[in-house]
Design a protein around this ligand. Structure first.
Ligand code: NAP
Length: 529
């Protein structure tokens, strides 16, 4: 596979832009070839016009064709695995083993959405039969199903060059809902983006999908993202990235003349609460798991546990001592790019200069061999510091965490009550702890999208039961998940047909149920065949 540095606009590779940029290898700070053309306004417009023209054809495409297209992408990713991983490694410095797992996850979601397309149940058909004889007024016949919303713009994050990028869950679930997709390539891994785009474009051509089903546009600054969000043909946006970027784009999406849904998945500090019984029984084991979780992917996970609360006393001291020991053994590692590295260093300095905060452990400085390497850093403080400095509960993207010591579980509960919302919260507790402090569980339920018990928040299992999101500022819409099969519902909307003759209805809601799918008929769930 060869990189061109061009845009993919509805299956055609174009290079109208005169401005060029290159990717940087974070480990060596050297530019990687080729140079990429930045998309022009005309290319943005053409990608979205073609996407809009593709909507009708996609919505009537046989489900077998759409499922085969998604499976073709999976095959393409598997076939190109080595090339993809080599380029992603050069552009992100993420370890090869981690990228292999990410590639497998990406292949996995292409296949699981293909199955969903075949089963058709995602369209949630609902039928209420009419009754012309009902008194005092006749009851009309109503049939509803979910359909795709139209062209979706996707923004991936720098820390997942495969699973949350060009063929990430956003793109694949939008395809499954019959939506054309325009991806804004991440400027930190443009080569990986182009390779994956080549696979998607070839798969679309093989299955004769309409040209506008997929486009990839490259750009090195905010202007491309802005143009995509405000374009009149954009029907919805899926964004994964920083709170600052997500909020700016959300504001644009809702202030358009025709506001559109914006699904932003953002960063979070993912608090961990260690209750007294758990600290007594397993302070050292929790410390080991916590430090592993802080360091996963050099701390560059949205689910990284940046805050931990433990009660003061002998067991709290044991926990801090064990954590300190583990952190001092972690070697520094290279971060994704210079902006992330410098925000991490700025974040560390800001925390270190906060009155009442102490650095208790850090990776050995002599282990630092390149300029974008980050040291794992552990801070401690009394929880009272949060009264004056609530900003300490904001995400610092990288391998750091703050252990807050509380006088009592009641104080911990008070903090939880005042805390902002996050993607996850974690409780370490014995059964007795959980019974005694059930209030903590109830409070955290209102604050997060996923509550973890006696485990750690990093590492997701993409499946039907996963919810990866949370109330703002974790995400811009707390009802939806960006990972797992339920992600499809962000790109659907109900359409209700009243009094339409059976033959003119979509297959999912025709009376004889030609697809044999589960349906809600007159309020009762009727299983398909
Ligand atoms: P980012 O800097 O926000 O970038 C994400 C994408 O948005 C890029 O394509 C970026 O491109 C674009 N963008 C950002 N701000 C913009 C603006 N104001 N206007 C237009 N476009 C804008 O995030 P990142 O560094 O890639 O990713 C790290 C962050 O993502 C962390 O905070 C992490 O916690 C979060 N994250 C969240 C999840 C989740 O599922 N919740 C998963 C992974 C990562 P340009 O810079 O070219 O504009």
């Amino acid at each position: 596979m060869q990189l061109s540095g061009n845009q993919c606009v509805g299956g055609e590779w174009t290079a109208a832009g005169e401005k060029l940029f290159t990717a940087l290898n974070p480990a060596t700070c050297e530019s990687l070839l080729p140079s990429f053309h930045e998309a022009t306004d005309a290319e943005v417009d053409r990608a979205l016009q073609l996407a809009d023209q593709a909507v009708d054809a996609l919505q009537t495409l046989p489900r077998e064709t759409m499922a085969s297209f998604l499976e073709e992408i999976a095959i393409g990713l598997e076939t190109a695995r080595e090339v993809l991983i080599a380029r992603a490694h050069a552009e992100t410095a993420l370890p090869v083993q981690r990228l292999e797992a990410e590639c497998a996850r990406t292949v996995g979601h292409c296949r699981s959405f293909a199955q969903m397309v075949r089963a058709s149940a995602w369209s949630q058909p609902r039928i209420d039969h009419g009754n012309p004889h009902r008194q005092p007024v006749a009851k009309p016949e109503l049939r509803t199903l979910l359909v795709g919303v139209g062209p979706v713009v996707v923004f991936g994050a720098s820390n997942f060059p495969l699973a949350i990028s060009v063929a990430g869950t956003d793109t694949i679930s939008a395809f499954a809902a019959r939506c054309p997709v325009v991806v804004k390539a991440h400027p930190a891994h443009p080569g990986t983006c182009e390779l994956v785009a080549q696979i998607i474009a070839q798969s679309a051509a093989k299955w004769h999908l309409p040209a506008g089903v997929f486009s990839l546009l490259q750009g090195a600054d905010n202007s491309l993202g802005t143009a995509l969000v405000v374009h009149p043909q954009t029907s919805a946006v899926a964004f994964t990235g920083s709170l600052r970027g997500g909020r700016a784009l959300f504001d644009l999406a809702v202030s358009r003349p025709r506001p559109i849904p914006f699904y932003g998945e953002m960063g979070s500090a993912n608090p961990v609460f260690v209750l007294p019984g758990a600290a007594k029984q397993q302070a050292e084991a929790i410390a080991r798991g916590y430090v592993q979780s802080i360091n996963m992917g050099v701390g560059q996970y949205c689910t990284n546990p940046g805050l931990l609360f433990v009660t003061s006393g002998a067991d709290g001291d044991r926990f801090i001592a064990a954590t300190t020991e583990c952190v001092s053994q972690v070697l520094p590692a290279t971060m994704l790019h210079s902006v992330i590295h410098s925000s991490y260093v700025t974040g560390l300095n800001r925390i270190a200069q906060t009155p009442g905060i102490k650095v208790v452990a850090q990776s050995p400085a002599d282990g630092i061999v390149d300029s974008l390497q980050a040291a794992c850093t552990l801070f401690t403080a009394s929880v009272d510091v949060l009264d004056e400095h609530p900003e300490l509960t904001e995400e610092v993207f990288g391998p750091e965490s703050i252990v807050f010591c509380c006088q009592s579980v009641d104080q911990m509960i008070g903090i939880a009550r005042k805390m902002d919302c996050h993607l996850t919260a974690t409780i370490h507790g014995t059964e007795q702890d959980l019974l005694e402090h059930a209030e903590l569980v109830r409070i955290l339920q209102r604050k997060v999208g996923r509550l973890v018990f006696n485990g750690f928040p990093t590492g997701l299992e993409p499946c039907h039961a996963l919810h990866h999101g949370g109330p703002y500022p974790a995400a811009t819409h707390s009802y939806f998940t960006s990972v797992g099969q339920q992600a499809i519902y962000r790109f659907t909307r109900p359409i209700c047909f009243q009094g339409v003759p059976d033959a003119a209805l979509p297959d999912e809601i025709q009376e004889r149920n030609p697809l044999g799918i589960d349906r809600l008929v007159d309020g009762k769930l009727i299983p398909g065949r």
